[in-house]
Design a protein around this ligand. Structure first.
Ligand code: UD1
Ligand code: UDP
Length: 362
């Protein structure tokens, strides 16, 4: 009997993770059907990842688009349920902590379809983050929980979740390893943007906590502008951030001092990360990618789910709601952390596919 899995993706980091896992599922003989909620829909936020990572076009694209949390998640819930009832998969597979993750898990839980969660057990312990609520609920509904780290396994145990937990390592490590080889050959982003290896800072900002409050966003931009006095700062702008800069009247000044570009594809991003002097970000994925490339990182948040990187000295937290991050970013140039392998050996996707395949026997 062939195992049938319905995979739900919707946002940029999920395409990166699914790129690795989809291939591994196929190799393990599992029949996967891909559903895209349409949470991210700009070509630079979605299509380019499917092309570069050679992910097959989703069989279902719900085209839900943007909206307030309840409305966006509610529309997804209704539409995913309809697909589950029509396709009757053996299992559902969800990634990370977005509204698409929550909607997939909730829809499946109501009609008794077992849930597999990749990137289970991550916690910021900050319930004001929409992602924290999404992760906690998804983990408590899941049957197979793929934890990337030892910390994640411990977080789950602390909430009483022990059954079905597998520490597999992080599929983003698999993805970085695969993309680095290809990006070295194909990406010309550094030539296009006129930057020199090891002599620029790469920044990304997209979280509501960074963008929704004018003072915080202004502090981040001021900090990056201070850094730009020493080294060029390249900032691929998430659409949420571009809209916020525009709304607060900060776009012109930012454009005058920083190299603002549209969001880039995964190969260009890999190339920009690999040769940066420092990465300054509020992204979950980008923090880890900095480490995979051996680049020091400043996380512009008050806490992180990826605590191993702070402990190893690769990542420094600075809370932009109170502190201008500029001096901290400059101070990290040339500072590496200690060696460590908290995210596995780069074969997480195969490990995940193996566990899912063996669920048939159980
Ligand atoms: C979402 C996830 C976040 C993840 C991030 C990855 C939730 C609650 N948040 O945040 O966990 O880190 O994706 O990037 O699920 N927009 C566009 N074009 C697009 C997509 C978005 O213009 O293709 C704009 C819209 O104005 C939208 C805003 O960006 O309102 C935010 O998009 P949304 O998907 O709601 O949240 P993200 O900030 O992207
Ligand atoms: N990314 C990308 N282009 C960009 C910004 C990010 O390819 O312009 C990739 C990045 O390398 C990582 C993923 O998108 O693999 C992270 O997504 P994001 O920061 O949007 O979300 P988070 O990880 O914070 O949920």
């Amino acid at each position: 009997m062939t195992l049938k899995v319905l995979t739900v993706v919707g946002a940029r980091p999920q395409f990166v993770k699914a790129g690795m896992v989809s291939r591994a599922l196929d190799s393990a003989g599992i029949q996967e059907t891909l559903l895209h909620t349409g949470q991210h829909y700009d070509s630079a936020m979605s299509d380019i990842f499917f092309e570069e990572l050679r992910i097959p076009a989703p069989k279902y694209n719900l085209a839900i688009g943007s909206g307030p949390h309840g409305s966006q998640t509610g529309k997804m819930l209704e539409a995913i349920e309809a697909v589950l009832l029509e396709t009757k998969p053996d299992r559902i597979l969800v990634y990370g902590d977005t509204n698409s993750t929550l909607a997939g898990a909730l829809a499946a839980s109501k009609i008794d379809i077992p849930i597999d969660h990749v990137e289970a057990g991550l916690r910021s312990f900050n319930r004001r983050m929409p992602e924290e609520v999404n992760r906690v609920v998804t983990d408590h509904l899941s049957d197979l929980l793929f934890a990337p780290t030892e910390t994640a396994v411990r977080n789950l145990a602390n909430e009483g979740i022990r059954d079905g937990v597998h520490r597999t390592g992080d599929v983003m490590f698999d993805a970085t390893k695969a993309a680095t080889r290809i990006a070295n050959e194909r990406s010309d982003v550094r030539e296009r943007t006129g930057i020199t290896a090891d002599a620029y800072v790469l920044a990304t900002i997209h979280r509501p906590a960074s963008t929704d409050d004018r003072e915080t966003l202004e502090r981040i931009i001021n900090g990056l502008q201070m850094v730009a006095g020493e080294l060029p700062v390249i900032l691929p702008l998430h659409p949420r951030t571009r809209a916020a800069l525009d709304r607060f009247g900060l776009l012109e000044s930012a454009a005058a001092h920083l190299r603002l570009i549209d969001p880039v594809g995964y190969l260009d991003m890999t190339s920009l990360e690999a040769a940066a002097a420092v990465i300054a970000t509020d992204s979950g994925g980008v923090q880890k990618e900095a480490f995979f490339h051996g680049v020091p990182c400043v996380t512009m948040r008050s806490e992180t789910e990826w605590v191993e990187l702070v402990e190893l000295g690769w990542n420094t937290l600075v809370d932009p709601s109170t502190t201008d991050p500029g001096a901290v970013i400059l101070s990290r140039i040339g500072h590496t952390g200690r060696a460590g392998t908290p995210y596995g050996d780069g074969h997480a996707a195969d490990a995940i596919a193996g566990v899912i395949a063996s669920s048939l026997d159980g």
